[in-house]
Design a protein around this ligand. Structure first.
Ligand code: FES
Ligand code: FES
Length: 156
């Protein structure tokens, strides 16, 4: 049975009528055309689908639309302020922290979620949190440099 779900996405109020068990990932991509959020495994194993819900990062494939009801969602499309990229986006660009880019939106939102909790995250905290994010291109060294650039001010 379908129900109405209302939530904020990237600062805009949205209402969808759908099955309560559909994933937030499906609704974002198929109903709202926010395709920057990627489908990787659909099982919580790759984190390509990471979004922010009330400032915390998590996998949209494991979040039902009923769990997203009345919550505040941010996807990669809503991270920049107008023409000004988010500092984590700028750091990924500065370090060239991607190859194909498929994991990048989820990586960036995972880092933003981490820094919302720990603005000066240590290497141990970065590795502990980000180990769930898979990059099939193995861009891990430059991704770590990008995260350090924001969390630790490191440009090495
Ligand atoms: S698609 Fe959500 S964790 Fe892989
Ligand atoms: S840059 Fe290709 S999967 Fe990470």
């Amino acid at each position: 049975m379908e129900s109405n779900f209302s939530f904020t996405v990237n600062g805009q109020q949205k209402t969808v009528t759908t099955d309560a068990q559909r994933s937030l990932l499906d609704v974002l991509r198929e109903d709202l055309q926010l395709t920057g959020t990627k489908y990787g495994c659909g099982e919580g194993q790759c984190r390509a689908c990471t979004v922010l819900m009330n400032g915390k990062s998590g996998p949209a494939c494991l979040t039902t639309i009923s769990e997203a009801d009345k919550q505040n969602i941010v996807t990669i499309e809503g991270l920049a302020s107008g023409d000004k990229l988010h500092p984590v986006q700028e750091a990924f660009l500065a370090e060239g922290a991607f190859q194909c880019g498929y994991c990048t939106a989820g990586m960036i939102l995972g880092v933003v979620g981490l820094l919302n909790e720990k603005p000066k995250a240590t290497d141990a905290e970065i590795l502990s949190r980000m180990q769930k994010h898979l990059c099939r291109c193995c861009s891990y060294p430059t991704i770590l440099k990008a995260i350090r650039r924001v969390a630790q001010g490191s440009k090495k």
